[in-house]
Design a protein around this ligand. Sequence first.
Ligand code: G4P
Length: 537
Amino acid sequence: MADPSFAHAPRRTFAIISHPDAGKTTLTEKLLLYGGAIHLAGAVKSNKARRAATSDWMEIEKQRGISVTSSVMQFVYEGTRFNLLDTPGHQDFSEDTYRTLTAADCAVMLIDAAKGVETQTRKLFQVCRMRNTPIVTFINKLDRPGQDPFDLMTEIENLLGIRCTPVTWPIGSGDEFKGVYDRRTKKVHLFEEQAKGSSIAEELVVDMTDPRLPDVVGERLWKQLHDEIDLLDMAADTFDLEAFQRGDSISPVFFGSAMNNFGVGPFLHHFIAMAPEPGARKADDGLVETSDKEFTAFVFKIQANMDKSHRDRIAFLRVCSGRYEGGMKVFHVRLGKELRLSRPQQFMAQERTAVEEAFPGDILGVFDPGNLRIGDTLTQGSSRLFEGVPRFSPEHFARLRVKDPMKRKQFIAGLDQLVEEGTVQAFTIKGNEKDPILGVVGALQFEVLKYRMENEYGAPVELDSLPFTHARWVTGEDASPEALDRARYGTCVYDQDGAPVALFKSEWELNSAERDYPKWTFHPAAPLRKAALPQKK
Ligand code: G4P
């Protein structure tokens, strides 16, 4: 249960980015364990297993060994309230990940010490860099034979172009992993091994000068540690907190073993001091400061059927300014109407708790019957729109057909929800409104859609791939995808709001249209819309 006494506690809102198998689930679980949100590690995994058993959809996650859903968890550590946004690890689900990262103020880049920088880490890292999101590095699995820590730092620096400043340093590795040295406190944390780290690791924290050390870690490792620390003190950059928080190319580095809880405590302790507080957010009318009185938030994720037995649809909001209070009415900028948020929830490990108040940096999960969409802004009356929740341009297209016409109702309900979750976009074409054209960024999403339509909505579907590669929303004087279609510069379809969109079969076709209609702007995503403010009576 969330402790109400932490209502005004400082916040840190972050996400973990990593390649599948680097240990994200394990580290998440350990953070929750240290934050008192769970009491015995293994709970998150067993929750994963339970979900897999109750929801067929999760089968796909199990089979592929990837995490395709993401959620948000909270925990409290040393008086700071953490909001941890879970991001799916597979590349084909990256839109969801990109959007989730827009709601985070900081990212923890988790790296497997044996594998180093992997492809997915690299991609996610780039997203964070583009947004100037500060990145903390945690090098995991030190309990296994891995690469030399100096080599790992060089690899990170060379491949990612970010300067590494170790905050902790490992003492030995593999079977000889004894603990970590904290370069800031100059203390050595020696760990006692737990049974797979199911509870918080017992640590012996001693001074580097403690005479027992050579005996405890062994003469050779003790000498090696001395040499390595001398080398680091001479060669490594000093950590510039401000530059890091600004999102400059600099990353504090921690070492550990999430599985055994080694290094998790020192990591969390320093993370509180280093990770930035929730900051100002850019809207179309300027920066919104966290200290602004008006409550503002944006929707970064919609998740349908998190719990199949409830058939729920949850919109995740990030609070940017002001204070949310239970029962409060908010202004929905796109629709131009007032809305009462229904049963806002926060998530503590497996539990959902009702929220009575929330502050900047917090994430609210709202049960929503269909009013909210990804990218929507909520305010207390002002007509601003938050920018920066990326919208993606589909690159693969297919016509969708329901196999059994008797299942048409389920088909429509399922499609509507999947469109709202933002993993597919649906278009209609004049003359065949019944069979929509779908657009996705990664082709795997078609497979996921097929699976979910059948398993969650009971409406098996067929997909016939179409040769389009680009979708463009067109603005400008007399701009008209219909006119483009007539002039054979593409095919005109209509998006879910009925706006005309031009689909092109190649870059060349798109370039020709852009060249021949120079006064029009071709947008890869639908321009943001807002309704006029209601007239004050
Ligand atoms: P992911 O969410 O990033 O995909 O990774 P996950 O935590 O599921 O971890 C992937 C595998 O790596 C798991 O092993 C996990 O136990 C292991 N692992 C995570 N952290 C550490 C660590 O610090 N040291 C070692 N040695 N292993 C670690 P698995 O065999 O796939 O699953 P399990 O049977 O252990 O649960």
